[in-house]
Design a protein around this ligand. Structure first.
Ligand SMILES: [Zn+2]
Length: 409
């Protein structure tokens, strides 16, 4: 009610002023050089009022812009930030797509827009690495190590490159620093384990893993390498505990017992291993102290009796019988080995030595579960990919076993 009254009052005053202005007589003339403008007094007053209103609004707008803190520069900064973020996003996508050139270009753009922020450094380093510019990559990773929250990534990048170039000491240093920067990191632990294995520092390596297959392989290597016999035996025991029946571990343990002239204990350990997993390495260890061919057949029979009818027991008897010129026994056991499912070249080699036609069959090998590389001898770490404890013994018995299953089902 009050507002309506006030509005009516103001309107009445304005109308009054307008009426009064319209009644002012005469005219106003303005001169500027040769130009002369003449207007009636009411029109001139209206124009002056409009100019005053326009100038008031203009000064207000300019004042507002000037008062806003860093108005224009802040707007420009925000734009750079946004463009920089877009460059980083595009660069990361290019990295994931394996587009080294694209990632490198975006990294350069991001650096111009944002400077050397940690994310820009990471993108620069990774794209440089992908381009094969290792010095530039290392420089960026090095700068990254000075940023508290990204130091881990810096050391990880440097450790990767050091490991790839075979600089084991630098790889170890950066893996340790990475673990400091991110305590409990599984990657840093794996990197340190990798370095310890490469250095054949079995003691350190054992402190860095609890995975049974890795412990078994590394402790076996430690048992074989130990100069102290007791330490060797203890490492071998640790390996057997991690993977009971693991042939290289049992062979290492028995080897150490043989060295100490504890023949019975050694053979007992091998028989125990044979009952879990019969393996040629165990057979070789069991027969290592016997040279006479007939005696070797008898000794082999003792071991084979721990797992009668097993393909490895049969092939052991076939091979020792052949060496002792017991041809009938050799043929019988070779055929029994094949019947038991062994279809690698060993039983066929025995039969062809007895005059049968040769059969082309694969040689049993150690095979890496990580990279599938094959090797004839056992190694604590894969000779191809370097991973510890990945070599598995691969005989050719499964195909026949699978066929048998298929026919019975
Ligand atoms: Zn491998």
């Amino acid at each position: 009610m009050l507002r309506a009254a006030r509005f009516s009052l103001i309107a009445a005053i304005l109308l009054g002023i307008a009426w009064w202005v319209s009644t002012i007589p005469g005219s106003i003339t303005a001169h500027s050089g040769d130009i002369t403008v003449t207007a009636s007094a009411p029109v001139a007053i209206m124009i002056l009022a409009l100019i005053a209103l326009f100038l008031t609004i203009l000064f207000r707008v300019i004042g507002g812009i000037r008062r806003a803190p860093g108005g224009l520069s802040r707007w420009q900064g925000g734009r750079r930030q946004n463009l920089g973020q877009v460059a980083i996003q595009r660069g990361l996508t290019a990295l994931a797509a394996g587009d080294a050139k694209g990632a490198d270009a975006e990294a350069g753009r991001a650096q111009k827009l944002l400077g050397e922020t940690p994310l820009v450094l990471l993108l620069t380093a990774e794209s440089a690495r992908l381009m094969g510019k290792h010095e530039q990559a290392d420089a960026a990773f090095k700068k990254l190590t000075t940023h508290k929250d990204m130091a881990f990534l810096g050391h990880r990048g440097l450790a990767h490159h050091a490991a790839a170039t075979g600089d084991v000491d630098a790889a170890r240093t950066h893996a340790l620093a990475a673990e400091d920067a991110y305590p409990g990191s599984t990657w840093a632990r794996a990197a340190r384990l990798d370095v310890a294995v490469k250095n054949q520092d079995w003691r350190s390596a054992l402190g860095l893993t609890q995975a049974p297959h890795e412990v078994a392989a590394i402790a076996t290597a430690a048992a074989n390498a130990a100069t102290d016999r007791t330490a060797g035996l203890n490492y071998a025991k640790q390996a057997i505990k991690a993977a009971p029946g693991f042939a290289p571990a049992v062979a290492a343990y028995a080897g150490r017992l043989f060295e100490a002239d504890r023949i019975r204990a050694a053979r007992k350990a091998i028989i125990k291993g044979w009952t879990i997993t019969p393996h040629p390495m165990l057979a070789a260890a069991y027969l290592s102290k016997t040279t006479d061919p007939i005696e070797r057949v008898q000794t082999a029979s003792q071991l084979a009796a721990a797992k009668p009818g097993h393909p490895e027991s049969e092939i052991l008897l076939a091979e020792t019988s052949l060496a002792a010129k017991l041809t009938g026994e050799a043929r019988r056991h070779a055929q029994a080995a094949i019947a038991a499912g062994l279809n690698d070249q060993r039983p066929y080699a025995v039969l062809s030595a007895l005059g049968d036609a040769p059969v082309d069959a694969p040689t049993p090998k150690w095979s890496c579960t990580a990279c599938h590389a094959e090797s004839t001898g056992w190694h604590p770490a894969c000779p191809n990919c370097g991973k510890p404890g990945t070599l598995n013994w691969k005989t050719h018995t499964t195909a026949l076993a699978t066929t048998a299953l298929a026919t019975t089902s």
